[in-house]
Design a protein around this ligand. Structure first.
Ligand SMILES: Cc1cc2nc3c(=O)[nH]c(=O)nc-3n(C[C@H](O)[C@H](O)[C@H](O)COP(=O)(O)OP(=O)(O)OC[C@H]3O[C@@H](n4cnc5c(N)ncnc54)[C@H](O)[C@@H]3O)c2cc1C
Length: 448
């Protein structure tokens, strides 16, 4: 029986295993150095915040794996030898495979800052990082201030976690406005205000220069590039992630930033594949990045590769870009492409609406000449994924999107609706007379 070994039990490896099992009887082994069972990485923050226990982050019961004949091995893979189709584990055991899938995810970036390896300095990625944070920052007596370095989605999560235990947080962000390499200016400005409103000491346009130890060798302060010394007991390094692939050096598998793969998620070596955060496309698809360190990508790649491994060779074709996240208590969704001022092309025009008092806003991107709808960002309003997918597929114009925007609203019943106000602003700015249509379930569920 063909043996598929998957290194990594994250969303990509586990999705692959589940789908291979649905489609075949192949022998499946998943190896992970991190945890006995699959857990939801995106839920780690809620464990620290006391909303759930770690076991609640595990979507499957412990018996699920045996019942589905998916063998789990806890161990670290040190070396892959594609010539003999053998992998070597740190405990000196070896395993042989017919097909090997690398799904080893990411690791937090460390840019060689002096003091970056001191006790008290940590990233937030793994179950072990969560345990370390519990030790480093159990309360605001042990941790009287934390400094977080790097203004992305993980940084803001870490700030929220620490604030939930009333630990003072200073947040060093290199950019002049939060996440403004990704978000348009209006949205980024709203998040700046929201961070400050949560009593997080946000320092924009500020870099970490050095981390200083105390007499015991633990972190005691950071020095910024502005020459300021900030005393702290914990430093969170959240300046992005990099594919976790060091163990593959010398294996003969072509590596770039990640494991190089073609559209079929095949590496340069026969019978070896890579999926999820650690995979790097030779050429980026559409406007995506060659490495996509997001949860949905891992899941889609796992589903796609399962087809190939079970005899139906299939290319990774993720469709329109979408993602969701949370900035403290503001929910964020994005469908299609809305680029920041820094990254957008000349033809990309934005329409922005922001609620006068609440942290609610949207930005719609469209083509300046053709008026084609390109994408939407929403903050504080939930929208329906399938509707935007449909409008993007059908190359709808921005006026159509505004006319039928109520169809896209996915907020629960009795939530305040803002579409009339949004369209009124659009009409005023564009000298238009769009009359927003009432929500129609018939239209929403029509296949067209
Ligand atoms: C705190 C946090 C919040 C996030 N929030 C979001 C979000 O809101 N939305 C979103 O889209 N994404 C989010 N992400 C990113 C998302 O979690 C990742 O994109 C996703 O988990 C990647 O899945 P993966 O299966 O590729 O890898 P991983 O989940 O990283 O799994 C890889 C596994 O392989 C193991 N491994 C690595 N090397 C070896 C080896 N040599 N031997 C054995 N095992 C090995 C690792 O220990 C790990 O268990 C978040 C990430 C973090 C850390």
């Amino acid at each position: 029986m063909e043996h598929i070994i998957i290194i990594g039990n994250g969303i990509s490896g586990v999705t692959l295993a589940r789908h291979v099992r649905k489609l075949s009887d192949k022998k499946i082994t998943i190896i992970s150095a991190e945890s006995d069972y699959f857990f939801s990485r995106t839920a780690l923050m809620y464990v620290y915040m006391g909303h759930m226990k770690f076991k609640h982050t595990q979507p499957y019961e412990d018996w699920f794996w045996k019942k589905n004949r998916i063998e789990l091995v806890k161990g670290y893979v040190e070396k892959v030898d594609p010539a003999s189709k053998i992998i070597h584990l740190a405990n000196n055991t070896t395993l042989s495979y017919d097909k090997l899938v690398i799904a080893t995810g990411s690791k937090p970036n460390r840019f060689g800052w002096p003091g970056q390896d001191l006790p008290g300095v940590q990233g937030l990625y793994s179950k072990q990082d969560l345990e370390t944070l519990e030790k480093n920052a159990p309360n605001n007596t042990v941790c009287q201030r934390a400094v977080i370095v790097g203004g992305g989605l993980i940084g803001i999560e870490m700030a929220e976690m620490l604030r939930s235990r009333k630990i003072p947080v200073t947040f060093l962000v290199r950019e002049k406005s939060f996440w403004n390499g990704v978000l348009p200016n209006g949205e980024s400005a709203m998040i700046n205000q929201h961070i400050l409103a949560h009593h997080i000491d946000l320092r924009l346009d500020t870099n970490l220069k050095e981390i200083i130890p105390d007499e015991q060798g633990r972190v005691k302060a950071v020095i910024t590039d502005k020459g300021e010394t900030i005393p702290c007991n914990v430093v969170g390094l959240t300046a992005g992630v990099t594919p976790n692939i060091d163990f593959l050096k010398g294996s003969g598998i072509t590596l770039g930033k990640g494991v190089k793969v073609n559209r079929f998620l095949e590496t340069s070596v026969p019978d070896v594949y890579a999926i999820g955060d650690c995979a790097e496309q030779h050429e980026a698809l559409d406007q995506r990045r060659p490495v996509e360190a997001v949860w949905y990508t891992g899941r889609m790649m796992g589903e796609t590769l399962a087809q190939t491994l079970c005899g139906k060779r299939r290319a990774y074709n993720p469709g329109h870009w979408f993602n969701s996240a949370k900035f403290l208590d503001i929910e964020y969704q994005t469908y299609g492409w809305v680029f920041s001022e820094r990254n957008k092309e000349d033809h990309e025009q934005h329409f922005h609406w922001r609620h006068p008092k609440e942290n609610i806003c949207i930005t719609i991107a469209y083509h300046k000449e053709t008026n084609r709808f390109l994408g939407i960002n929403t903050f504080g309003i939930r929208m329906r994924h399938e509707i935007f997918d449909r409008w993007l597929n059908q190359n709808k114009e921005v006026d159509h999107v505004l006319t039928y925007l109520k169809d896209a609203n996915f907020d629960p019943e009795f939530y305040t609706q803002y579409e009339d106000a949004i369209v009124a602003k659009y009409n005023a700015e564009h000298q238009k007379n769009i009359d927003p249509k009432k929500k129609s379930w018939k239209r929403i569920f029509s296949k067209a």
